[in-house]
Design a protein around this ligand. Structure first.
Ligand SMILES: *Cc1c(COP(=O)(O)O)cnc(C)c1O
Length: 360
């Protein structure tokens, strides 16, 4: 697809950009540009632009503001030792974006155009890609923008990519997180939108997350909506359980979000000869296995934090700890292996690291 490049006269100079990148809080600092592509029924995808990051002007009746037809992705770009920039498995995000689009009755974006849009913002904002422990977090998203109050799929959409320079997610190293088991709220149900990466899932999870914070926890863990028994995932991260015999369990796909970090961990675990099962695991098993010592480690994974140990679980039925609230060796090794592959410091499976052509 041909992108029009519209010069940005308001781009920050080197000194201002470096100040902004000093120690960026996750998701608070943005680069100078954005990529936008429009869709409507007659033209399909059109009007692709790389331009200054600026507010959208939306009609108060814009469909997204009323019916929440919106999806998004999250992936990271890294500065490599040779001053190049790489993305981690962007084709996976492109594919998942279209799975989400289908579920939300939105138009699919060709996978190569999705990846190209990510490359375009990296190229124009390459000075914003942090070195060392940092990365450039890319946020592709799409929303309905038809001016119409009525319940039907919209006929106008905007696809956009914005980017944030981010530091290490956990300052001063990763400390195990504590999680709260939500009794009252479900994140997703059978036939619902749990497997789509849509803003609405997050809107539905916020009250449970607030409850977790009130109980002194970092994150909420959701159980299945039907039986309220099976462990699903955190608000924005998938879960892995590590046992004393070296085997692992992760909840199966269905109502959870199919994380690319989850998929990568599954692949690496199998490569390392770990016996790993995708199967239902109940909150009662979790408690009993933690108390008996059979369960050695639990970790959560997602693009933003990569891998974080879960040290403590709190619930209305009592609290328990895992692995003495320390980060265990399997979690540490998985995090080190995965981050080294993502940063192109060691060679991972074919196709995981996508080199960006910075000259376009
Ligand atoms: C994005 C997301 C994840 C993690 O997916 P990754 O591709 O690994 O970043 C997990 N759960 C939810 C609900 C998410 O939205």
């Amino acid at each position: 697809m041909q992108f029009d490049h519209i010069p940005n006269v308001a781009a920050l100079d080197d000194a201002a950009r470096e100040a902004a990148m000093e120690s960026p809080v996750f998701g608070r600092v943005f680069t100078d540009h954005m990529v936008t592509i429009r869709w409507n029924e007659t033209k399909g995808w059109h009007d692709a632009q790389v331009r200054a990051r600026e507010p959208f002007v939306l009609d108060p009746a814009s469909a997204v503001l009323h019916y929440a037809q919106e999806i998004f992705e999250g992936l990271k770009a890294y500065r490599s030792a040779d001053d190049g920039v790489t993305m981690f498995r962007p084709e996976e995000n492109a594919r998942r974006f279209n799975v989400s689009a289908k579920r939300m009755a939105m138009p699919e974006l060709p996978e190569d155009v999705f990846v190209q849009a990510c490359e375009e913002i990296i190229r124009v904002d390459k000075a914003w890609v942090p070195g060392d422990e940092g990365s450039l977090y890319l946020r592709p998203f799409m929303f309905a923008n038809e001016t119409f109050l009525g319940v039907k799929p919209a006929s106008d959409f905007i696809f956009c990519v914005i980017a944030c320079p981010v530091g290490a997610y956990f300052k001063g190293g990763a400390k195990p997180v504590s999680i709260w088991v939500s009794d009252d709220y479900s994140r997703a149900g059978p036939g619902g939108t749990g497997a789509a990466k849509c803003g609405g899932n997050y809107a539905a999870s916020l009250v449970a997350q607030a409850e977790a914070i009130r109980h002194g926890c970092d994150q909420v863990v959701f159980l299945d909506a039907a039986e309220h028994k099976w462990v699903e995932e955190l608000g924005g991260m998938n879960l892995f359980f590590v046992f004393d015999d070296g085997s692992m369990i992760t909840p199966p796909l269905g109502t959870i979000l199919p994380g690319i970090t989850r998929k990568s961990v599954l692949h690496l675990a199998k490569e390392q000869g770990i016996k790993i099962e995708e199967r239902n695991y109940s909150i009662d098993e979790w408690r009993a296995d933690a108390q008996s010592g059979k369960l050695r480690e639990v970790f959560a994974c997602g693009t933003a934090a990569v891998i974080a140990a879960v040290g403590e679980v709190k619930s209305t039925k009592g609290d328990f700890v895992i692995g003495g609230t320390q980060t265990g060796p399997v979690t540490t090794k998985m995090r080190e292996t995965l981050t080294a592959i993502q940063r192109n410091q060691i060679t991972g499976p074919d196709g995981w690291v996508h080199k960006v052509n910075l000259d376009g």
